[in-house]
Design a protein around this ligand. Structure first.
Ligand code: GDP
Ligand code: MG
Length: 597
């Protein structure tokens, strides 16, 4: 296939602006799927996992489209739509020459619209801007075009108007894709260079890699090399998604498809790596990507004893399909054996935990999430610590540094004051305000990542009645007056409850924390003291009084089946309990450190 007739592109949009629906509409209008299949995709809407759209499952779909009597091959490469996954967005974009920037004509430009547009520009992509949902009564096309012009410097005359749902404007969109996005450039006679932009694990085929051929040809039976890990294999199968898996004999310059090459472990494949001919030594690798950075960490422990190996197995299984989270064994005095896991962000953490519980039927105790700290010790060592219990005592620390995020909020102008207050409360530093229209602004702050990971997003949503959106990137580490705060329950330190706080907030947060713990920990037969301490000094204390005899008295006698039911119910409720010394602590208690406002 002559690369002149190939176009590789992605659709980028803020979540819910209609990316999946439009992708399916493109498949429908090119004849790749039927009307019935299109409707089924729309029905998929109710799916809990929101894994809507064929494109989500396929990641890269090849479409044939005829324009003015010429047949084109259009490769639609999918990108995830959430802040946590910016890293994945940019690696998908690297396989494209262009991107459709989709903006909901009823909602307008949102934080992810801006962030994704910048990622596309950073990858030198041609942007094809389009308003979506123009079939809706509440669409405000002229106003939203203004926003696009002001925020992104895109000429409003270039902005198309479509409806992914009805198909209106989609033929014009196809024309714009073909006419505006450049065809791939590459040398068919040069040695093979293919960009690996994604991979997945398949129980039958092993690792399936998604590639975009830049130079040369990729054929069945060919001996290939993965440059980063210097692994050589034979291509067993290759093909494209149209949208179903369709094997082919070869992939040429600019083409996108999948390759099966007897690779057993996901870790053998580096995303962003170059696939080349085996035996070739003088090939220049394609520019790769940075490794994904885990920014949020937490401990995961089985709620019941002796499920450590089950948890390990579950994590290994999940890692087969998500190589961007990390886990390593961790021992806690309080929680026993478990794992310290690292994630790309809070949503990523939630997704992984839910999948673990759902797919492996494990009940987990999670510790409060935290970030990675950089600690310069008095002896001149630089430590990277992602577990608060490993933070040295204050006397040994020269400098305590924390990651800082640069956060862009896109909000109604009337909410600026409220959001600024929220940022100030979180030790934020004001950077700037930009008006994109008289009523909408971009507000920029630098905020310690630790202060924003728990509830900043929720706070933003509630303060703006859902109209505010945000996006962030980590810009580096900064030293501050930070301390490790420990929690003692009945006199002994509960390691899994240690947190890092700013010294000026230690007392307030300590008081709040012990109060919360008092509510979460049940009464025992004896008095239980709960204390918060910084460097051995107690900053707050609460006492849980002993259980009185007559409370349990009620359980004696009575109907035996009712009593058994009660016991069972109690057992259910206690599933996520952990015995710490002679005190029982619930999952909720371990998470109470998290509510830090
Ligand atoms: P994504 O998160 O960007 O993939 O968005 P979806 O494609 O899942 O769409 C989000 C919601 O908007 C769904 O309820 C869709 O049915 C709806 N939607 C998408 N495109 C259109 C459109 O052109 N018109 C209308 N009326 N609704 C749409
Ligand atoms: Mg979607």
């Amino acid at each position: 296939f002559d690369p002149k007739y190939i176009r590789n592109f992605s659709i980028i949009a803020h979540i819910d602006h209609g990316k999946s629906t439009l992708a399916d509409q493109l498949l429908l209008q090119s004849g790749a799927i039927s009307q019935r299949e299109f409707r089924e995709q729309l029905l998929d809407d109710m799916d809990l996992e929101r894994e809507r759209g064929i494109t989500i499952k396929a990641r890269a779909v090849a479409i044939n489209y005829e324009l003015d009597g010429v047949l084109y091959e259009l490769n639609l490469i999918d990108t995830p739509g959430h802040v946590d996954f910016n890293y994945e967005v940019s690696r998908s974009l690297a396989a494209c020459e262009g991107a459709i920037l989709l903006v909901d004509a009823t909602q307008g430009v949102q934080a992810q619209t801006v962030a994704n547009a910048y990622l596309a520009l950073a990858n030198d992509l041609t942007i094809v801007p389009a308003l979506n949902k123009i079939d809706m009564q509440t669409a405000r096309p002229e106003e939203i075009k203004d926003e696009i012009e002001h925020t992104l410097g895109i000429d409003r005359a270039e902005v198309l108007a479509v409806s992914g749902k009805t198909g209106q404007g989609v033929p014009e969109l196809f024309r714009a894709i073909i006419e505006r996005i450049p065809p791939p450039a590459g040398d068919p006679n040069a040695p093979l260079r293919a960009l690996i932009f994604d991979s997945k694990f398949d129980d039958f085929q092993g690792v399936v890699t998604y590639v975009r051929v830049v130079d040369g040809v990729l054929r069945k039976g060919q001996k290939i090399k993965l440059m980063a890990n210097d692994i050589e294999r034979e291509v067993i199968a290759l093909g494209r998604f149209r949208p179903r898996e369709t094997p082919c004999e070869e992939l040429g310059v600019g083409q996108v498809g999948y390759v099966v090459a007897n690779i057993k472990k996901l870790s053998d494949v580096r995303i962003g790596d170059t696939m080349t001919d085996a035996g070739k030594t003088h090939v220049e690798p394609l520019p790769g990507y940075e490794e994904p950075k885990q920014v949020v960490f937490c401990g995961l422990f089985p709620a019941t004893h002796n499920q450590f190996e089950d948890l390990r197995f579950a994590l290994q299984k999940l890692a087969l399909n998500d190589s961007s989270f990390t886990f390593e064994p961790e021992t806690s005095d309080a929680l026993g054996f478990g794992f310290r896991c690292g994630f790309l962000g809070m949503l990523h953490m939630e997704v992984v935990q839910q999948r673990l519980e759902r797919e492996s039927n494990l009940s987990l105790v999670q510790t409060a999430p935290n970030v990675t700290y950089e600690i310069l010790t008095r002896r001149g060592e630089l430590l990277h610590v992602s577990n608060p219990t490993r933070i040295p005592d204050a006397g040994e620390i020269e400098e305590f540094r924390e990651p800082i995020a640069r956060v862009n909020f896109l909000l109604p102008a009337e909410n600026i004051g409220a959001i600024m207050q929220i940022c100030e409360d979180r030790r934020g530093t004001y950077v700037k305000t930009e008006y994109i229209t008289p009523t909408r602004v971009i507000l920029t702050y630098e905020i310690p990542l630790a202060e924003m990971i728990y509830d900043l997003y929720d706070k933003l949503k509630s303060s703006t009645r859902g109209y505010g959106t945000m996006d962030y990137e980590i810009i580096g580490y900064r030293a501050d007056n930070l301390v490790r705060m420990d929690v003692l329950v009945a006199g002994s330190r509960v390691d899994a409850l240690s947190v890092v706080v700013h010294r000026t907030q230690a007392e307030r947060k300590g008081r709040k924390l012990v109060k919360k713990l008092k509510e979460e920990i049940d009464r025992h037969q004896f008095e239980v003291a709960i204390q918060a301490a910084v460097g051995g000094k107690i900053v707050a204390r609460e006492t849980i009084s002993a259980l009185r005899k007559n409370v349990t008295a009620k359980c004696y006698g009575g109907d035996i089946t009712r009593k058994r039911k009660l016991l069972e119910k109690q057992k259910e409720g206690k599933k996520r309990m952990k015995q710490v010394g002679n005190v029982e602590i619930s999952q909720e208690a371990f998470l109470s450190v998290l509510d830090n406002s």
